[in-house]
Design a binder for this molecule. Structure first.
Ligand SMILES: C[C@@H]1N[C@@H](C(=O)NCc2ccccc2)[C@H](O)[C@@H]1O
Length: 435
């Protein structure tokens, strides 16, 4: 292996209580909220199709113009306790909120910049209200922080000369100071979700990303940091040049999932983040411009993720006034109903079952109860659910609600389980007992 100074800081899955809780949580709420939530993808009468939180970039809006949105940010309908209540009812066990997105605007009063909530009509420490309400609701809080910063004068996309190098070192100090400030002001925070780390400047500075993870861990030894923060000595991201995962979980799956038969991913901790439309993280006025996922589509993505041993972060983009759009409220309601019936069995503590994938849906092993489940999304017209067990394993019982399902066996083909007479008109589960 290659000697690295800024490679993976440890090998293998963490087994401390904090990481076990992160893993058991499985389902999290992502919140993208910032100045971009005010224009909602529209500028000077033009609606831009791209991701609303990138509007400044697409519409080529000068910083001075964009930054003046700060004097309009006044979410007078923001009610953190209501947000936390909705999140809890939807089954989210953790939340990740943008403290600072690429625009550089900070949702907390930072001593290191004026471009923050304190210098808005809202004035109050919005992030504290948020952290307190979600913590009170029993939801773990994580902070999204963008290294890429369009506002900061010392940000550089690349390092071409000594001047760039000096400026970027000042930017690194700024970012590190803000991160330590976030840990100090909001000690409940369980971890950090870094983004905006794809540019050459960051890839050339593996030491910076190594030092940030180290600095955060010095304050909170079990802080949880995503792999997206990290670049190694040679600019390798997520995995170092020896193929070892950096950070505490792989966070490369943005708006897509691993293949159903990907067994490599089941060996590491990972989290997928997902938008409800095709590609909108911040609030966008017009969701008719792309496909919007239904509750069942989202439930299938969640269950597929858990069946491969991953966490799922579902994104919400609140409006500038602090309210959620109707589509998000409806999705929350539908998902919450489903989670209230099934999450304790197939989401929380859910993990890879190591059974051969089938077309009707996904397998989940519950690491708390040790039970195995099938989750059906695609009803077979044959009315038979096929199960193939590893050699030496035999199917004993299949429980569906209060009944035992019939099944027959073919020594080469595996087991064929007869569907119950009337199946629920929603994704449903059955328990598999093997011997
Ligand atoms: C979690 C999402 N990441 C941000 C983003 O820019 N993703 C798109 C992207 C992904 C990889 C390279 C460049 C740009 C989006 O704005 C969201 O914050």
């Amino acid at each position: 292996s290659i000697t690295l100074k800024y490679g993976a800081q440890y090998i293998g899955k963490r087994q401390d209580a904090e990481m076990k809780k992160f893993r058991a949580n499985r389902l999290g709420q992502f919140i993208h909220w910032g100045l971009y939530s005010i224009p909602g993808g529209e500028w000077n009468g033009t609606t831009y199709l791209g991701a609303a939180e990138w509007l400044a970039n697409f519409a080529k809006i000068p910083n001075a113009t964009w930054d003046s949105l700060q004097y309009q940010f006044n979410p007078n309908k923001f009610n953190a306790v209501q947000w936390a209540k909705m999140a809890k009812a939807s089954g989210f066990k953790y939340v990740t909120i943008t403290t600072k997105h690429h625009e550089g605007f900070c949702l907390w009063p930072s001593e290191f910049t004026e471009f923050d909530i304190e210098n808005t009509p809202y004035k109050k420490d919005l992030l504290k209200e948020f952290v307190d309400a979600y913590t009170e609701a029993g939801i773990d809080v994580y902070f999204y922080y963008s290294i890429l910063d369009w506002h900061h004068k010392d940000w550089r996309y690349d390092i071409k000369n000594q001047a760039d190098s000096l400026a970027f070192s000042k930017y690194f100090e700024f970012a590190k100071n803000q991160l330590l400030e976030l840990q100090q002001k909001y000690p409940e925070v369980k971890g950090f979700w870094f983004d905006g780390t794809w540019d050459a400047s960051w890839k050339k500075n593996g030491k910076y990303s190594y030092d940030i993870q180290k600095a955060l861990k010095e304050v909170n030894p079990n802080v949880i940091v995503n792999s997206r923060l990290r670049a190694d000595d040679f600019g390798s991201r997520h995995f170092d040049s020896n193929g070892n995962l950096m950070g505490d979980y792989q966070s490369g799956y943005e708006r897509y999932l691993p293949a159903k038969n990907d067994t490599l991913i089941t060996k590491i901790d990972w989290e997928a983040c997902m938008t409800i439309p095709v590609n909108q993280w911040g609030y966008h006025k017009d969701w008719s411009l792309s496909h919007v996922k239904s509750a069942n589509e989202i439930l299938e993505l969640i269950v597929k993720t858990v069946s491969l041993g991953g966490n799922f972060l579902l994104n919400y983009g609140p409006k500038g006034d602090g309210t959620f759009r109707n589509e998000e409220l409806e999705i929350s309601n539908s998902i919450g109903n489903w989670m209230s019936k099934y999450a304790d069995k197939v989401i929380y503590y859910g993990d890879y079952a190591n059974l051969k994938p089938q077309d009707w849906g996904y397998y989940v092993k519950n690491t708390n109860s040790g039970k195995f489940y099938g989750v059906v999304f695609n009803l077979p017209l044959s009315k038979l659910l096929k199960i193939e067990l590893p050699n030496g394993k035999k199917l004993k019982v299949v429980n569906f609600e209060t009944e035992k399902l019939e099944y027959h066996h073919h020594d080469k083909m595996g087991y064929f389980i007869s569907l119950p007479e009337n199946t629920p008109n929603e994704p449903f589960i059955f328990e598999i007992l093997m011997e």
